[in-house]
Ligand binder design. Structure first.
Ligand code: G6P
Length: 606
């Protein structure tokens, strides 16, 4: 799980190459490096640390050259050391390679190559690639031929880029199950793990498919099928993100910027092509079984949506964490699997979709990144249009996914005769109030949430409790706290508390209760009941609620009062508060907000 990039240009590429891995850093950030073709040799500069830190020490953009490749790493094979950092060089230093993915048969190749006299300098799986190319080159003296021979021998997943002193004007790259896109610029062509690598320079891109390779020069390129050798012609994709959307725009962190973008994201989500919503709704109605799958945050998006499909559409759509899907999902040709993924690259989710397809099931996806693997693999894809989400922790993308699935649930509700068109229109009107209410929270509550978060930033254990739809909101909120602040927060159904966890409660255990509006009287009273259970054991409670009197003021030690809202949108408001609470706690604890330790934006390994 890493970011790779490359530039074939006509002037010095040091600075744009460095920028490209800065833009990909969210994919992995424990070490990074560049390989630049100077007039004399391939100059590799690399080290461990964030891109800025490494650049400070190694001056990554200093080497003079017009062709180069770069990498930002999230270690899988081999620890975080300078030796394991990409790019890797061949023994004669004529070839340099960067790679994202996992070469599963690297051990046997490595043994063989060592027997053939190759010297390895790292513990990575990647290094075998560059030695293999070096091994095959002398026979034909044809770089493309040696590159393809090496690629064909690899098992596993890869996006690879290679430069060589033997053909100094070319980048060779290949893809299988790890993303790779080509950017077509003016006087320069680019490659990257995604569009962010070159979005400052061009909006024209070509997406590589599995088992294709490409040769990139500054003024042209070609793509071939790795196995047949046939030329592949592709359509040029226009990227509809601009580079400003991917910049911080005055916010101290991307996470805060992205939380603040949510009013607009809701509007975008509501404007998703009605034809696509309709199509997915029909697919749901035509299927015997429907599953919602996702990983981490998107699993919680699935769980939240499962509640909406049950209550609004009268259809049970179990949510399954995609890593468990093969163990649990019973699929055949009458099933539909709906995958939710911000990046569109999460291995577990893609793998679950592949499994579903192999059993004949239909597949659909809700994805934020155009041209991503999941977006292209599913039979039916809805692009969520949330704009680039750079912070590793998902906020705006998740909220948008919840809205889109809610729109689908409404459509299914009508087809399934659980809702009249009038009901649906009324609920949609309520949803359209959401951007304004989120804005109100951002404007009026941020300061208060900041204060509360600082006040309680020393607390190491939280319970996050909710009932009904507020249960997945509690789970997702607790994940934010874990991911960004490294604080233990356990989300659970408030009703589950009394079945065991209650034994933990004393004055040292802090809880947050996600209250529904009082209009849902039964859920409201049950949630208050859970608060009573905690209070009776001297537990400390922060209540998120909608300002209704009658019990809450007595039970909660602290409260965050939200603007009055209809039931259908109330959970989203609580989620926004919880995002801010996690964010400010992390700021108070001086955490690395946009790139938390051990996490990466798209986890492309099993
Ligand atoms: C990684 C990230 C999580 C994210 C999950 C799913 O594990 O660290 O924050 O929720 O992937 O990502 P996706 O891109 O599929 O939504």
């Amino acid at each position: 799980m890493c970011g790779i990039s490359g530039i074939a240009g006509s002037k010095n590429i040091g600075v744009p190459l460095l920028e490209s891995i800065k833009h990909l850093e969210y994919r992995g950030y424990d070490s990074c490096g560049v390989a630049i073709m100077t007039p004399y040799h391939i100059e590799v500069r690399k080290n461990i640390g964030y891109v800025d830190e490494v650049n400070e020490r190694e001056k990554l953009s200093e080497p003079q050259g017009e062709i180069g490749i770069a990498h930002t790493r999230w270690a899988t094979h081999g620890g975080v050391t300078k030796e394991n950092t990409h790019p890797h060089l061949s023994c004669n230093k004529d070839f340099a390679v960067v790679h994202n993915g996992i070469i599963s048969n690297y051990m046997e190749i490595k043994k063989w190559l060592i027997g053939e006299g190759h010297k390895f300098h790292s513990e990575t799986d990647t290094e075998v690639i560059v030695h293999l190319i070096e091994k095959y080159f002398p026979a034909s003296k044809d770089v493309e031929n040696a590159f393809v021979m090496a690629i064909k021998q690899l098992e596993g997943t890869y996006a690879i880029a290679m430069i060589t002193t033997n053909e100094k004007d070319k980048i060779f790259c290949a893809k299988r199950e790890s993303p790779l896109v080509i950017g077509l610029g003016d006087g320069a062509n680019y490659i990257g793990s995604d569009f962010n690598a070159f979005i400052d320079y061009t909006k024209n891109a070509v997406v590589l498919d599995d088992d294709e390779y490409a040769v990139i020069l500054r003024d042209r390129y070609f793509i071939k099928n790795t196995f047949s050798g046939d030329i592949v012609r592709k359509k040029i994709t226009q990227i509809n993100w601009d580079s400003d959307m991917a910049k911080k725009g005055g916010y101290p962190h991307y996470m805060l910027k992205e939380i603040y973008e949510q009013p607009q994201c809701v509007i975008n989500a509501m404007q998703v092509d009605k034809g696509l919503i309709r199509k997915l709704s029909e697919m749901i109605m035509e299927s015997n079984r429907v599953y919602l799958i996702g990983a981490g945050t998107t699993y919680y998006v699935s769980l939240f949506s499962e509640y909406n499909f049950s209550s609004i559409a009268g259809i049970f759509t179990p949510a399954i964490s995609s890593d468990e899907f093969k163990n649990l999902g019973e699929v055949d040709k009458d099933s539909l699997v709906i995958a939710i993924s911000q990046s569109g690259e999460t291995y577990d989710t893609l793998n679950a979709l592949k499994f579903a397809k192999s059993r004949g099931a239909k597949t659909s996806a809700i994805v934020n990144v155009m041209g991503s693997s999941i977006a292209r693999f599913a039979d039916h894809t809805i692009m969520q249009g949330s704009g680039p989400e750079i912070c590793v922790i998902s906020t705006k993308a998740a909220l948008s996914q919840m809205i889109i699935l809610l729109m689908v649930a409404l459509e299914v509700g009508v087809i399934n005769k659980k809702l009249t068109i009038k009901n649906k229109n009324e609920i949609e009107r309520n949803i359209s109030m959401l951007p304004e209410l989120i804005q109100k929270i951002l404007n009026e509550k941020s300061g208060f949430i900041h204060t509360i978060a600082y006040k309680f930033s020393h607390i190491n254990n939280w319970l996050y409790l909710g009932r009904g739809k507020y249960y997945p909101i509690a789970l997702e909120s607790s994940l934010k706290m874990k991911e960004v602040a490294y604080i233990h927060a356990e989300g659970m159904p408030a009703g589950f508390l009394k079945h065991g966890t209650i034994a933990l409660i004393d004055e040292k255990l802090y809880s947050i209760i996600f209250m529904p509006p009082k209009s849902n009287e039964e859920l409201y009273n049950l949630s208050l009941g859970s608060a009573e259970e905690i209070k009776a054991r001297k537990g400390f409670i922060i209540g998120f609620h909608f300002g209704e009197k009658g019990g809450v003021e007595r039970l909660f030690n602290e409260e965050i009062i939200l603007p009055k809202a209809q039931e259908v949108i109330a959970p989203f408001l609580e989620l926004v508060v919880a995002q801010l609470f996690a964010y400010f706690t992390a700021v108070a604890l001086k955490r690395n907000i946009d790139k938390p330790r051990s996490l990466a934006k798209s986890v492309t390994v099993a």
